[in-house]
Write a protein that binds this ligand. Structure first.
Ligand code: ACO
Ligand code: HSE
Length: 352
């Protein structure tokens, strides 16, 4: 049902900052079949440390018998530039030197990720998306794509994301990079370089992805006698180690930089004017207790994207709720898509 592929781009890939990537490779998954009129494409953009296998990390929303299912839809998810999961990244071999890039990898931004995915879409002959969806860094990509190519997407779903990364978000990312650079092995430039730092970085990041209540619900002690060895401590260690087993510090470094530089207003008249370029029917979803991407950021999006709808997603988890609350997301997004389809039929009848 799922197939994973590699797209090779044979020309030089020019980044927003003028630097170039030679031999760009994009790892992507597809599920289901493209229908005859190519009107069933769902494109999912992944967040910071996920991969192209959206049926794995977003199960419940994506999968057999789910809202986005391969029986009905042609689902595409591509691994982002700089990530650990198959797309060109700092551990890839630089064709010019014959050596891995590590810290010589060029800095890139959300626009470069989107530009790469547009090349992939063009190569696949995809002219229109039925749905473009993403949360967090995935939402930043989906938004940038809908701004830079407004006719490409029919329905846009933006979850727990923002129009430009906030000083608060940048400060969290910088703290994580500081943790990585205290690990001197980061500069040794080997595949395992900086892993102790990465462990600390993930521990810091989790504090922004979760909530006080989530820690109380899962990590509270059952006895009063403890003075050390707390569950919450072992949880932070475990989560840090878990990421180190599946990711690398260099990709993490560059991807947090890409998130920092996200700003749909750069090089355009303003952030508001950029958002007004969006033509897709848009649903913005915010999580009220999201510490990292607070609700005011999604309210701003909904107020500036033409005719956007806004919905709250309740979650005890905070920001990471967008990956976890798939039943509620199914309800909210399913209703939005049904309503849109109904309105389009009514419009067609009126104009007929
Ligand atoms: C190739 C790949 O593997 S990609 C993996 C997919 N990852 C992604 O897509 C990135 C996005 N995903 C995520 O960020 C996360 O997976 C989320 C937000 C969806 C869920 O987070 P999780 O870490 O799975 O859930 P949660 O915070 O409840 O932690 C549960 C884990 O912590 C462990 N744990 C819980 N409490 C403690 C504790 N006190 N001490 C030690 N370990 C603990 C559990 O045993 C469990 O371990 P497991 O993951 O090995 O089963
Ligand atoms: N938990 C997400 C980041 C939060 O958007 C990830 O690891 O990709």
């Amino acid at each position: 049902m799922s197939s994973n592929h590699i797209f090779n781009y044979h020309k030089l890939f020019k980044l927003e900052n003028g630097k170039k990537v030679r031999g760009l490779q994009i790892a992507y998954h597809t599920y289901g079949k493209l229908n005859a009129d190519k009107s069933n494409v769902i494109w999912a953009c992944h967040a910071l440390t996920a991969n192209a296998d959206v049926l794995d990390w977003w199960k419940g929303l994506f999968g057999e018998n789910s809202l986005f299912n391969p029986e009905e839809h042609f689902i595409i998810c591509a691994n982002v530039l700089g990530s650990h999961y198959g797309t060109t990244n700092p551990l890839s071999t630089n064709p010019v030197t014959g050596l891995p890039y590590y810290l010589s990898f060029p800095e890139f931004g959300i626009r470069d990720i989107v530009k790469a995915h547009q090349l992939l879409a063009d190569d696949l002959g995809i002219r229109k998306l039925k749905v473009l969806i993403g949360g967090s860094l995935g939402g930043q990509q989906a938004m940038e794509w809908a701004v830079s190519n407004p006719d490409f997407t029919e329905n846009l779903i933006l979850i727990a994301t923002n129009a430009f990364h906030s000083p608060w978000g940048i400060a969290f990312n910088e703290s994580q990079r500081l943790a990585i650079t205290t690990d001197r092995t980061f500069y040794a430039q080997s595949p395992n370089g900086g892993l102790k730092g990465l462990k600390a970085a993930r521990s810091i990041a989790l504090l922004s992805y979760r909530t006080y209540d989530a820690y109380v619900a899962t990590q509270v002690e059952s006895v009063n006698e403890k003075t050390d060895g707390f569950r919450a401590s072992s949880y932070q260690n475990y989560q840090g180690e878990k990421l180190c087993k599946r990711f690398n510090a260099y990709s993490y470094w560059y991807l947090t930089k890409a998130m920092d530089s996200h700003n749909v207003g750069r090089g355009r008249k303003s952030v508001a004017e950029a958002l007004q370029q969006i033509k897709a029917d848009t649903l913005v979803i915010g999580i009220p207790n999201d510490l990292l991407f607070p609700l005011c950021e999604q309210e701003y999006l909904a107020n500036h994207i033409p005719h956007a709808k806004f919905q709250k997603l309740l979650s005890a988890y905070g920001h990471d709720g967008f990956l976890i609350e798939t039943d509620e997301l199914t309800n909210i997004i399913g209703n939005f898509l049904k309503e849109n389809a109904k309105n389009k039929i009514v419009k067609l009848h009126k104009t007929a």
